[in-house]
Design a protein around this ligand. Structure first.
Ligand SMILES: *Cc1c(COP(=O)(O)O)cnc(C)c1O
Length: 361
């Protein structure tokens, strides 16, 4: 193909390649180990909803029933919720709604890649504030940049992917107060943190947009259900560029079933994940040369002396983890917390790889 056909902003993009995964234990994408159809109530509920909804009908364009159910979950009205094809679609809708080419998108680094990629497609000026030592966010610099640059959009992932760090609501409120433009808080992992959501402050901030998803805590990554929470006129604005029928019937119905049994699902999925995370972090912290960054999510970021060697060792043990090309994440691996047996296998690979060198000292 003639490269000149491409939109100017994406001409230098590398083709998106998902590396082929040969390992059988895949803990590289923060997926849940729990299948929602293993909850008999959910399965029966979904199938009965499906039976009543002929698929020759178009889905409801605003997933009205589902946005009402999600609204109940986060204690907001339906018109303060917009449902999308995963949090990914919500990120893209937000930028499409507010960004002109040349506008500034303020983020920090390292964070979720999608923000920068979507910003670049639109020709945004993406400004990244580097984290401090130990992947703590540089709150002072970040706030100063908000004031100096007046970014068109400011985005923070809380807790952050891939570092696991949680910012207090008080800091998020400082950012919201410092900006007269939209501030996006991505809470994809909030359920694992045990912390209150910034959604509780929505009445105070007309510039707040919160992103949530059913992909992580509810284990529905394959169904693509994400949502935005914001004041009603912001939600109306986000709908301007939305595909009319963005949410298919299956996802809407399964989302409803998940919300109908949300307490049962969360009580089953969250506590063992938190226990496993604490167990994994404690075990890896005992090893010489391994740095474990504090995480309140369903994943743990670790720094090892030789990242590629550790990735190979895990792969030989049939385990696939996430590693990075970005220089600030050199020798870092992100490990998704799933079940105890997998956690024990990960720990034993680390112990084999790391302890012998320490023992030589
Ligand atoms: C997983 C994730 C999302 C949303 O994922 P979807 O599957 O598209 O809902 C959003 N933000 C972050 C930081 C994530 O890790």
């Amino acid at each position: 193909m003639n490269n000149a056909w491409l939109r100017d902003t994406i001409r230098d993009f590398e083709p998106y390649k998902v590396p082929e995964i040969k390992e059988n234990t895949v803990i590289n994408a923060n997926e849940s180990p729990y299948n929602i159809f293993d909850f008999p109530n959910v399965k029966v509920d979904f199938l009965s909803r499906l039976e009543k909804r002929p698929l020759y009908h178009y889905p409801n364009p605003f997933a009205e029933e589902l946005r009402t159910a999600l609204g109940e979950y986060v204690s907001r009205r339906a018109d303060e919720i917009l449902v999308g094809n995963g949090g990914d679609e919500i990120i893209s809708l937000i930028l499409n709604t507010f960004m002109n080419a040349g506008d500034t998108l303020l983020i920090h680094t390292p964070t979720f890649d999608v923000y920068e990629i979507d910003g670049q497609v639109l020709g945004a000026n993406v400004v990244k504030v580097p984290d401090l030592e130990g992947f703590k966010r540089d709150r002072n610099t970040f706030l100063r940049r908000v004031t100096e640059l007046r970014p068109k959009i400011t985005m923070l992932c809380n807790p952050n992917n891939p570092t696991g760090e949680l910012l207090p609501l008080s800091f998020l409120e400082e950012v919201l107060k410092a900006s007269s433009n939209p501030v996006v808080i991505d809470e994809a992992y909030l359920e694992f943190s045990g912390q209150e959501s910034i959604i509780s402050q929505l009445d105070q901030y007309d510039n707040l947009i919160v992103i949530r998803t059913l992909s992580k805590a509810f284990g529905l990554a394959g169904m693509r259900i994400g949502y935005a929470v914001a004041q009603q006129d912001v939600i109306a604005a986000l709908s301007l560029t939305k595909l009319v029928y963005n949410m298919n019937n299956m996802s809407q119905l399964l989302g409803l079933s998940a919300m109908a049994y949300r307490d049962e699902i969360l009580q089953h999925n969250i506590p063992p994940t938190i226990q496993g995370r604490e167990y994994l972090m404690a075990a890896l912290r005992k090893l010489d040369g391994v740095t474990v960054y504090p995480s309140v999510t369903n994943f743990v970021l670790v720094h090892v002396p030789d990242g590629p060697a550790m990735v190979r060792a895990l792969s030989q043990a049939d385990i696939c983890v996430r590693f990075y090309k970005a220089p600030e994440l050199e020798n870092c691996l992100r490990i998704t917390v799933t079940t105890m047996d997998v956690i024990r296998r990960v720990i034993s690979v680390f112990q084999r790889e790391v302890v012998p060198c320490a023992a030589l000292k």
